[in-house]
Design a protein around this ligand. Sequence first.
Ligand code: SF4
Length: 335
Amino acid sequence: MFTIKQDAESLAARSAKIKAQALAEGFHKVGIAQAVSLDEERAHLEEWLRRGFHGEMNWMARDRESLLRRTDPRLILPDARAVVSVALNYYTPREHADDPTQGKISRYAWGDDYHDVLGAKLKRLLLWIKEQWTEAEGKVCVDAQPAMDKAWAVRAGLGWVGKHSNLITREYGSWVFLGELVLNLDLEYDTETIEDHCGTCTLCLEACPTDAITEARVVDSTRCISYATIELRQDELPARVAANQQGWLYGCDICQDVCPWNRFEQPTTETAFEPRLDETSLPLLKVLELTLDEHAARFRRSPVKRAKLHGLQRNATALLTRASGNKDSAGKGKN
Ligand code: SF4
């Protein structure tokens, strides 16, 4: 009896220490889930892929093996026992320029690349854990299993998946980056999940200008401005996106901006997420003039580099074309 009680206490104590260290590392939320296969989430992901909602993100649907790898932590770390899920608030109290000559950048991409910021923190946390418990082994995951970050965060009790399909936390709204540490340690798991607090609200579905949220928690990427302006590698934006771009040069925050839970936004303590060069939007004509070298220097270690120069200039051209079309039709209206 004594051993069982002691084991239980040491699991709780060990888990509390890891959580305290994660918070000391600068994470804003942390929880622990049992490392099991995400069967239900995998079924949802498979259905989403079957419907073609991933667009050209073919790496998501590459093969069964990679799908299993993304949904079963034991295929990343054979003796995985626990998944430490962390959230990092990235909200900075800044707004986009109200200027049609500028293209808006999604809030998540204003500062340094979160892969680097989150990854460095998780690596330091893993090192610390290994120093405390020499038997510890672990793997750092930042966007390595993109669809599954949210699943782990839900299971670890960090928040719930909103109807716009982003994780929502009660303390920081949806302005959080997510990451995980898969560990071979037995820990005390957070079994209390946070219930869905979206209720009957459908503001995000109504606000999406391209009707990309086909139903609660299902986003058709092929219609999404964020996907098109970041991930899509085509010379032209899809007509539906170009006609409804609403000033977005890179990404789109509309469904998150209207979310009532984002009234709980709090300025982040992480200075790496402050807007680089004080810019939350970019002058469209300047984007068209960027050379490859200038683009590489300006967006080094910035999420914006993901669209590549070609994509950014395509997005800027679409915004300018639309603006000049509007001007022409406004002029005709007056005649
Ligand atoms: S990011 Fe923009 S386009 Fe995509 S679902 Fe949200 S509101 Fe719609």
